[in-house]
Design a protein. Sequence first.
Length: 165
Amino acid sequence: MEIKFCPQCGFKLKAQIIGDEGEVPFCSQCSRPWFGFSYPCIIALVVNEIGKIALLRQSYGDPGRYVFVAGYIKPGERAEDAVCREVREELGLEVERVKYINSYYFEKHDNLMLGFVCRALNSGFTLSCEVETADWFSIQEALNKLKDGSIARSLLLDYLKQENL
Ligand SMILES: [Zn+2]
């Protein structure tokens, strides 16, 4: 997201050259730059004790389209804590061993998606009202159900690559 007006005083920002950064939107009233950014989100590959993967369908998503747990990181929140919170909110599962895998850019919503794998401590779902259905699938089933080119599928493939390193 490019910032056009100062979030502190509302003054219109003007490009100013700042060192190696080049032109950066700058508030001459507050004399500070406002760097643009993409909203940080997490996406979580949840694995259970027998190596099955949690896939869910959102009630507002495309029918028949499976995804992973994902959500925005709150201000001041660590990405790993956002993973635990989102998995708890959406699926009602507690997780441990939250491990970073890779990051992805989601152009449609200007999101920087931080991809994690985590281990579920329980297998029984308690779904949020935003989740229509969720289930455990084998890796092969998950690869078949996740849309080609989706971030969830990329995360699963990156995870499998790292597992084999
Ligand atoms: Zn300002």
